[in-house]
Structure formats: structure tokens, C-alpha cells
Design a protein. Structure first.
Lengths: 379, 535
């Protein structure tokens, strides 16, 4: 069996084992909370009776998975070179409020308007990530600390901006403050066509976010950049062995800055599906916490775009069950317990499986060489 | 001592049929060794023969799969080093395990502190250490900080540490690897004293002259098994070496000189402060600034280092580790800022980045291949790309050319005889010698004009060593300028066209390798001989 395939199978086996174990542990937690584990797990797979309910369930799951996927990618870029960008949370929020405001100030054809808004979001996110990067390379400030601190600034700054300078007109009877609504040309078309093609009813609300396609393209492009380009090689080398990378001519300062800015620019896109595809403005009810969840998603996906996609879908699947769980009289915080245990166990499983894979590699090399070289030791 | 005399009928250590398998390899196979009490018993074998594994088994760090260990006639099964210590076995590791910011006394008692009402009984400890030191002729000052001690003193502290814990059987793993010849003599005097006191010493080495000098009995290990037990009085170094290698010996001697008139690399006035680089103040020259630093009595890691290397010349730098060799390499590679000028082929590269220096034709075989030379968890072809990611064949535009890199890795594997299942194998799966051959192949493949070879054969087996020497000689004949830094004095003397000695950051002597002995070289390295130019 080729080493790559073996390693992939081993990883999948490890992940499945971890998820089963997580289910067992969560069952204990559910029982402790006084609910029935069977009812809880039934709720996860209960997408509803009618076709429309099923479609709605799937859309909820996918719409949740898209920003989580982008968040996972943003975190993974840093993780790949041992750079812990905890600041994705702040970067995407500040990017979202700025992009939503800038987008509302002008109207242009959709093919200009939407890319413009995305460019603003990436620029703001990238710039906000540049701050800890510069602090790290010039003064050696640990990026974990600085990005955590910058998160607080970003979150409160975003809240201030949406109430102050960037605030829009509030419609009668609406309690949330938002930025001005984006012009129609900035609304990202939805993908409800897909359901209509299969003769299924269209989901309610904003429908399936068209940004899903952008996310897929982003994932593919990032994979190519990380796996096939010189930049990707430098990132990998810096992550695997920083001193070897330095000795081979990789400039660590340049790498820190470019990886951080790339990470922040991707983070800038996290809020886009919601703003362009659904709410059409940044408001005080904008989804929080995606940046932190992105850390878990990246860990779960082993910093590889493919794995991150699977992890984002899994998280989306779990998050969708919020409603059904409440109907089944199970506290929805079970979801967080499950997510937490899965991440923890998968990280452990990854460590174990990669050790097994490395050991096998060593053994295989030794065996193959053993056959080729004469051994003169008499038994 | 009386106990030992009584037990003299019993061997101090008896190993019977010890076998230890690691996944895919048999590290030890049917090892049989009998060590008589009150002797120095040497275990010799080349790197990778299985000596270290065997010692780890004897010291309880690893469990044998088969076989028995008897200590003073009693069968034992060690689970941890504490069990071994309890049986009176102590180990002095090749790499010292001392806390630099502790005194000698603190280091010796660390982990076995004598207590008096809950407090460290320093007076009791001092009395015991002084007594031990006096009895065994190991002179050390118990109140000095370990960081102020030289290598030889540190080793004595390690030995005292083991004796303090009541060891009667000492294992010394390659104790002379870090010592200069004078220090080796001192160590041997100490070992003879220990022997006279009735202690047993197991001495692991691959330096045959030393073994013949000190040992009372010799066991040879080759490819994981004991191939011979010999009496040092009845063998020559040559015979011992042949037992060890099982084939004819390589020698590092370069044949005829290939030194040309063209200067490849010029280094002038390299100076590095110990407490961090500061730019030269405006209005003064580097020379004046350095002069000022010296007047202020600042410690300099590199002090006005200047040399030239011609095309086809190997310049060897001898020196005890930590006298500025690493800093010199870092300065030339552009990893650390430094004052002074470096010129390669007429181009001043003082202000260039590491990448640009590499692109301009500097190859680098690092002193620690795991730290600076390899991505252990990446494939061999990716390791081929490392350091060459901006040059063909590894690069095409913004992309890494995977096909060309793989093909070129195949070439290195073939030309440099790297034993590997394939180019996709992870680097960590290779033995040290094969990893090093891959690095040498990689660094030669950029058609370098100048090569830094830092300890190029450290920790590799004899076969790989001979191959690496051959490659260096060929490259030299083809006009490569080489800066060779090594702790192996035979390698330095054998390969170099010119020898310089570095001592406390200064180049203190220029020697002709054709008429220098390791002993004289050692004298310069320790600062015992101070006259400068010799030839």
C-alpha cells in the first residue's frame, strides 16, 4: 500500500474512532443533564417531516459550514508555520463592519460591487493581522497574546462603528442597529436553483448562500498555493523546522508577515456570506464566535483544506440540531460538549495516528533496505 | 573494597545473549560480554554498531527482548535507571547533563540531596564530595559554577556525580569525544585511579589508540553483535579496526595539492560582540570601533577573524567547541549580523541575505543536520528542494517543480549512494549516514563555489565517512573552496590544505597539516601553546 494512502486511511480511522468515543462521552453528559441520549442523537438526524423542512435543515447546515470553512482556512494558514493567529475573530468582525459600510456607500454593477466589497474585507482583515505580525518581527511580541488583545479592540471597535459613524437608518420597530443596507447590486445570488433542479421546494429565508462557490474556489486556490508553490514550500519548511528554513535562506520575518496577512485576508471573508447573501448589512446581531470556532475546525481538519471542509460540515451538522434538540427536551449546549470532545479526541487521535504512520515509515524503510544490503552478521 | 575482593570470583557484569529489536531493525543480537571487576573494559565499534543501545540496556533505559544481565553474579532486570543505580551502576553520558547555573556541589547532589531537618546539608555534602574527590584524584572546586568550568572539569563533575550515588561500576559513553589530547590523558589518569580503588569501568569508544592505551580487556561490536573479545596486549590498532569495520579502513588523507592561485573567499576583520550586534557609530571605522570594544574589555565571540580560501583549497579550522566556530559559520551564512567584510569571487556579500548568499554559490553542510539541515517529517525530494527553492531544477516561476526535483533527488540517491526505498520516504526514516550523504549531495548540486562543511562526518558510519571524504576531495579537485570545521583532528589533518586554529574567537595559529600531530594541535586548541605563525 502506498504510504500516502495508508496514512489517509489511518487518519480517517482515527477520526471515526474519536467521534464514536465523543458520542459515548456526550451520552454520559446528556444523561447527567437528565435527558435521554437516544432522543438527543435522534434529534441530530431528525431533519423534519416535510420535504421543505428537510431542505431547510440541509441549507441551515451548509450555511453554517461555509463561514466555518473559511475561518478554518484562515487559522490553518498560520498553524502551518506554527503561527497561532487567535485573532481571526477580531479580524473578521472589523473586516465585516468596514466592508458592509463601504459597500453601502456606492452602487455599481454586481460584478464590480461584490468583488469590491470582498477586496475591502480582505484588505481590512489583512491589515488588522499585519499589526501583530509587525509586532512579532520587530519586537518579538508573542502573536498569541497580541492577537487575543487585538480581538477585544476589534470587537468593541466594530460595536462602536456600527452604532456611531457607520450606522444606518433604523426602520420602525427594529431593535438592532445596523450599517446602511447594501444596494441590490451587492446581494450575492443564492443557490436555490440546485433544489429546484431536483424538484424540491426552495428553502425559506435567504436560501442556500451562493458564497458557497466562492468558498470552494478559495479552498482549492489555497490548497494549490500551500502544496504546489514556492511560497507554500517556505511555509511548510518554516513550520516543520524553523532553523533549517532559516539556514536554507527562508527569511523568517517575511514569512511571518506574509502568512499573517494572508491569514487575516482570508479571515476578512468569513463575514461575507452572511452580509452579501443574507442580512445585507452588519448589525449588532451579526454572528459572533466564528473565528474561535475556526481554530477548532482547523485543528479537526489537520490544517488541510479537504479536512477543514469535512470538519466544517461536521460542525454545521451539529449546530443545525439546535432546534430539534430543544423540541426533544435536550439542552442544546450538548452540541458544544460534543464539539469540544470531538476536537479534543481528534487531536489526540491525530497525534497517535501520525506516530503510527511515522513508525511504519521507518520500519518499511528499514525492511526494504534490509533486503537490499547484505547482512554479514551470522545468526 | 573488601566486598569487591571477595566477589572477585564473580564477574562485575555479565551479559548473556542480549537481543534488542526495534521495528524493522535488530539493534543488538546475541551480545555476550563478561566484565571482570576492577578493570577498564572497553567496548568498541563504529557508529551505529549498537554500542549505545547496549549501554542503555545495561543502564535500565531500555529493556532487552532476550538475554540475561548479571551484576556481581546476581541476575537483574532493570526497569529504570534508578534500578541500575541501586545495583551500583552509574553512567556518564557523552553529552553532559549538568545545570550550568548551579555550583559543582549542587550539581553533584542534585536528585540525591542529603538533608538535615528538611534543609540541604551542604556541609555534609561538601565533606563527602571532598573525600570522594581526594580518594579518586578527581580535583574539582565544589563551589565553582559549572558554567565557568572547562570540558574536562565538567566530565570530572559527571564522574563524581555517579560516584556520589555509590556506583561501583561506571559506564563512560564516548568520554573522549569532547576532549583534547591533554584532557584525555588526565581522564585516563583518573580512570586508572578508579581502577586501583577496585571500581569497574566500562569504556565505550571508537578511538582505537585510546582504547589500547587504557583498556584491560576489549570487546568488539559489529553490526549489533559481539564479534571478538581481545586482550589489548595482543592486538594492534590496525587489527582492532579491521575487526570493527570488517573491511579495509578508509583514510582521510588528501593526495596531491589542488590549490590554485585564484582566491574564492576572502573574510576580513570579522568581529562579533557577545552581547548582541550594534551598528558601528557614524564617523568611526569598523577597526576603530572594534579597537574601542577591546579596550572596554568586552567579550568578543569573533575577534578580527581574517582568512582567504583559494579555489581547490580546503581550509581546516581546529578548535575546542564553543570558541567561535558556530558564530563564524553563522556570520558567513548571513544568519547573524557581524562587523567585517566577506567577499566571494570578487563580490562583496556582507550586506546580502542568506538566500542571496546561497544563490551566489555557497553550499552549507550544517553541524547539526537535524536542526539545520533537514525537514525530518518531509520526503527526501522536499529535502532536496530545501535551500534550493529559488533555483532550478526545484523552481519554475512561482511553482515548485516537483517532477524535476524528484528526478534530481533520484540522481543524488544514485551518485551519493543514499540507501533509501525511494524519493518519497520521509527523511527521518534514514540512518544518520544516509541523511548526511543526502545533504552532501544536495549542497554539491547547486554547483557551489564555496562550501562550508561543519563536522561533515559526525555521527555517521565508517562507510559513509569514507564516501563523504571522497566527495569532498573530488569537489576540491574540481576547484571548490572548502571551509572545514571539525572536532575530528584526524579528519582535519588529513583533509585540509591549510589549518588554522581558533581559540576564544581569534585565529591563533596557522599550521601545515603535513607535519602536525594531534597532540601539538591540541596544545594550540587549548591555548597551552601560544606562539602564532608556524609555517
Amino acid at each position: 500500500m502506498p504510504a500516502g494512502l495508508y496514512r489517509a486511511l489511518l487518519t480517517i480511522a482515527g477520526a471515526i474512532a474519536a467521534i464514536i468515543l465523543a458520542i459515548v462521552i456526550s451520552s454520559v453528559a446528556i444523561s447527567a443533564a437528565g435527558a435521554s441520549p437516544e432522543a438527543a442523537f435522534a434529534a441530530f438526524f431528525d431533519f423534519g417531516e416535510t420535504e421543505r423542512a428537510v431542505v431547510n435543515g440541509i441549507v441551515t447546515m451548509l450555511n453554517r459550514a461555509v463561514p466555518l470553512f473559511i475561518a478554518g482556512l484562515a487559522v490553518a494558514v498560520g498553524f502551518r508555520m506554527n503561527l497561532f493567529n487567535i485573532g481571526v475573530e477580531g479580524q473578521y468582525r472589523i473586516a465585516a463592519v468596514c466592508a458592509a459600510y463601504v459597500g453601502s456607500t456606492f452602487a455599481a454593477p454586481a460584478w464590480i460591487q461584490i468583488p469590491m466589497i470582498m477586496v475591502v474585507a480582505m484588505a481590512v482583515g489583512g491589515f488588522y493581522a499585519l499589526i501583530p505580525a509587525v509586532m512579532k518581527v520587530t519586537r518579538g511580541v508573542n502573536e498569541v497574546i497580541s492577537t487575543i488583545m487585538l480581538n477585544y479592540i476589534a470587537i468593541n471597535l466594530a460595536a462602536f462603528l456600527v452604532r456611531g459613524p457607520f450606522t444606518g437608518e433604523r426602520a420602525k420597530g427594529v431593535l438592532t442597529t445596523t450599517t446602511p443596507t447594501l444596494p441590490q447590486s451587492a446581494w450575492f445570488p443564492n443557490l436555490n436553483v440546485v433544489f429546484e433542479m431536483f424538484g424540491l421546494p426552495a428553502p425559506r429565508g435567504g436560501g442556500l448562500w451562493g458564497f458557497l462557490l466562492v468558498a470552494i474556489v478559495l479552498g482549492v486556490v489555497l490548497w494549490v498555493v500551500l502544496e504546489r508553490t514556492r511560497f507554500g514550500f517556505d511555509v511548510k519548511a518554516s513550520g516543520l523546522n524553523a532553523s533549517a528554513a532559516l539556514a536554507s535562506g527562508v527569511n523568517p520575518k517575511k514569512m511571518v508577515i506574509s502568512a499573517m496577512v494572508l491569514s487575516g485576508a482570508i479571515a476578512g471573508l468569513i463575514g461575507m456570506p452572511e452580509i452579501l447573501g443574507d442580512k445585507h448589512s452588519f448589525g449588532s446581531n451579526f454572528t459572533p464566535g466564528l473565528g474561535f470556532l475556526g481554530i477548532a475546525v482547523a485543528l479537526l481538519g489537520r490544517n488541510k483544506p479537504g479536512g477543514i471542509a469535512v470538519a466544517a460540515l461536521l460542525f454545521g451538522f451539529l449546530d443545525r440540531a439546535q432546534g430539534p434538540l430543544q423540541f426533544a427536551n435536550v439542552p442544546p449546549s450538548v452540541i458544544m460538549i460534543m464539539q469540544g470532545t470531538i476536537v479534543l479526541l481528534v487531536v489526540i487521535a491525530n497525534e497517535i495516528t501520525s506516530r503510527i504512520a511515522l513508525r511504519r515509515e521507518e520500519r518499511r524503510a528499514a525492511q526494504q533496505l534490509g533486503r537490499n544490503t547484505p547482512v554479514e552478521v551470522a545468526a | 573494597m573488601n566486598a569487591d575482593t571477595v566477589a572477585a570470583v564473580q564477574p562485575a557484569v555479565e551479559l548473556e545473549g542480549i537481543t534488542k529489536r526495534f521495528p524493522g531493525v535488530v539493534a543488538n543480537h546475541d551480545i555476550r560480554i563478561t566484565v571482570e571487576p576492577g578493570t577498564v573494559h572497553a567496548i568498541v565499534g563504529e557508529n551505529g554498531a549498537g554500542k549505545s543501545t547496549l549501554m542503555k540496556i545495561l543502564y535500565g533505559m531500555q529493556k532487552p527482548d532476550e538475554g540475561t544481565i548479571k551484576v556481581n553474579g546476581e541476575e537483574v532486570a532493570f526497569r529504570t535507571p534508578s534500578d541500575a543505580i541501586a545495583s551500583g551502576i552509574g553512567m556518564v553520558h557523552q553529552h553532559f547533563m549538568l545545570a550550568d547555573n548551579f555550583t559543582v556541589l549542587e550539581n553533584i547532589v542534585l536528585g540525591a540531596e542529603p538533608k538535615k531537618v528538611g534543609m540541604l546539608d551542604a556541609a555534609g555534602a561538601r565533606a563527602r564530595i571532598t573525600e570522594l574527590a581526594a580518594r579518586h584524584g578527581l580535583r574539582v572546586d565544589p563551589d565553582r559554577l559549572v558554567e565557568d568550568l572547562g570540558v574536562g572539569d565538567r566530565q570530572r563533575v559527571e564522574i563524581l556525580k555517579v560516584l556520589y550515588r555509590g556506583a561501583r561500576i561506571l559506564i563512560l559513553d564516548e568520554p573522549t569525544a569532547v576532549l583534547v589530547p591533554q584532557e584525555v590523558d588526565e581522564l585516563f589518569d583518573n580512570l586508572r585511579e578508579l581502577k586501583a580503588e577496585g571500581l569497574t569501568v566500562i569504556f565505550i569508544s571508537h578511538k582505537l589508540d585510546e582504547v589500547l592505551n587504557i583498556a584491560d580487556a576489549i570487546t568488539v561490536i559489529r553490526r549489533g553483535t559481539t564479534v571478538a573479545s581481545v586482550d589489548p596486549g595482543q592486538v594492534t590498532a590496525r587489527q582492532l579496526a579491521e575487526l570493527m569495520v570488517g573491511s579495509e579502513l578508509p583514510t582521510p588523507e588528501t593526495r596531491e595539492s589542488t590549490v590554485t592561485e585564484d582566491v574564492a573567499l576572502t573574510v576580513s576583520g570579522l568581529t562579533m560582540e557577545a552581547d548582541g550586534f550594534r551598528p558601528v557609530p557614524k564617523g568611526t571605522s569598523v577597526a576603530l570601533y572594534v579597537e574601542k570594544l577591546r579596550e572596554e574589555g568586552r567579550r568578543l565571540l569573533l575577534d578580527d577573524v581574517s582568512f582567504e580560501i583559494r579555489k581547490g583549497e580546503i581550509l581546516g579550522i581546529a578548535g575546542v567547541e564553543g570558541n567561535g566556530q558556530s558564530e563564524l559559520i553563522e556570520a558567513i551564512m548571513g544568519l547573524r549580523p557581524v562587523h567585517g567584510d566577506i567577499t566571494l569571487d570578487g563580490a562583496d556579500l556582507s550586506a546580502w541575505s542568506t538566500l542571496k548568499r546561497r544563490e551566489s554559490g555557497i553550499g552549507y553542510i550544517p553541524e547539526d543536520r537535524h536542526r539545520q539541515g533537514l525537514l525530518l517529517e518531509a520526503s527526501l525530494w522536499e529535502n532536496r528542494v530545501l535551500g534550493h527553492q529559488t533555483r532550478p531544477p526545484a523552481r519554475s516561476g512561482i511553482w515548485i517543480n516537483r517532477r524535476a526535483s524528484r528526478a534530481d533527488t533520484e540522481r543524488i540517491i544514485k551518485d551519493y549512494d543514499v540507501r533509501t526505498p525511494g524519493v518519497d520516504t520521509l527523511a527521518l526514516a534514514l540512518s544518520g549516514g544516509n541523511q548526511q550523504k543526502l545533504i552532501v549531495g544536495r549542497e554539491m548540486s547547486g554547483e557551489p563555489k564555496f562550501l562550508i562543511a561543519a563536522h561533515p562526518t559526525r555521527g555517521v558510519d565508517v562507510g559513509a565517512q569514507a564516501a563523504i571524504w571522497d566527495h569532498l576531495r573530488h569537489a576540491r579537485a574540481a576547484g571548490l573552496a572548502v571551509l572545514l570545521i571539525s572536532a575530528d583532528l584526524d579528519e582535519l589533518i588529513g583533509l585540509s590544505d591549510t589549518l588554522r586554529v581558533i581559540y576564544r574567537g581569534r585565529l591563533v595559529a596557522r599550521l601545515d597539516p603535513s607535519d602536525v600531530t594531534p597532540e601539538r594541535l591540541g596544545g594550540y586548541m587549548t591555548g597551552a601553546i601560544t606562539s602564532t605563525e608556524e609555517t
